[in-house]
Design a protein around this ligand. Structure first.
Ligand SMILES: [Fe+2]
Ligand SMILES: [Fe+2]
Length: 272
């Protein structure tokens, strides 16, 4: 029977509890595939995996956004690929029935479970460990590497802008510009000084964050279109998040993000 060993632990209680549930699904599969008929074991396992994957991936991606994990897009594609594989196997054996249910199908699902636990949890999930795990002791926040960094904050709520401006100044930002809407924000982005990075609310009227992203990326000036743009959202809607990323955002984070990784994220964003 498999266990959640230390090399698989992430250090975030919600994620570790979810991964424990994955191990239970695998153990149930290994146990039942010895005695029960293939059809029942595969049906139950695929059903459990699909429900588990949908819930767990949404939760894990929300925690990543909350902790400012910078590789959320690549990770999201890995999650999508795993769910697509589960759906494809279920379709093959239970809907299209293009392959017989036999020992080979049990082996195929066994391989998928191995790829999920070892290929995904061990390889990908552990790489977010030092972004999402609770620090053992309060770590000193990483300060901004550039001594003359100028940031631009675009958003209609003055309190949210002030909170972010204070965080940025505390990390060493030399200048923090503010704009209450997308039009004014773009005016500042094209002005002097050109900001090194832009924070922008996704939900704004009349020009939302995705439109600001589009305008920056299509500016025709390379030094403007390369500015890292971090969108802030109150939404958890997966489609809205994907649309904003497709419009050219460098990352998308909740408005109430955990600030402990902010300096580290911005140093990465400005460097790339
Ligand atoms: Fe996971
Ligand atoms: Fe994951």
């Amino acid at each position: 029977m498999l266990e959640l060993t230390d090399d698989l632990r992430i250090g975030h209680p919600v994620i570790d509890a979810d991964h424990q549930r994955l191990i239970e699904i695998i153990n149930e599969f290994l146990e039942h595939s010895k005695t029960e008929n293939n059809s029942q074991v595969l049906h139950e396992t695929l059903k459990s995996l699909l429900a588990y994957g949908r819930d767990h991936f949404a939760r894990e991606e929300r925690i990543q956004r909350q902790c400012l994990y910078p590789h959320q897009q690549g990770h999201h594609h890995e999650h999508k690929s795993l769910l697509d594989q589960v759906r494809e196997i279920a379709r093959t054996y239970f809907i299209a029935k293009t392959k017989p249910l036999n020992q080979a199908s049990v082996t195929e699902v066994n391989e998928l479970l191995k790829a999920w636990l070892i290929g995904h949890v061990k390889k990908y999930d552990t790489s977010m460990r030092d972004w999402v795990a609770a620090p053992k002791e309060p770590a000193a926040a990483e300060r901004l590497a550039s001594p003359d960094l100028a940031a631009l904050i675009i958003g209609p709520d003055p309190q949210s802008r002030t909170r972010l401006a204070e965080l940025l100044t505390g990390l060493g930002a030399a200048r923090v510009l503010q704009a209450a809407d997308g039009f004014k924000g773009l005016e500042l982005a094209f002005g002097d000084p050109v900001p090194d990075l832009v924070f922008c609310d996704l939900e704004m009227e009349p020009m939302d964050g995705a439109a600001v992203a589009g305008a920056l990326r299509c500016s025709g000036k390379a030094y403007i279109s390369r500015i890292p743009l971090l969108l802030l959202t109150a939404s958890d809607d997966a489609d809205a998040i994907q649309n904003a990323m497709n419009a050219g955002a460098s990352g998308l984070y909740p408005k109430d993000f955990d600030p402990r990784n902010l300096g580290r994220l911005l140093n990465l964003a400005v460097k790339t």
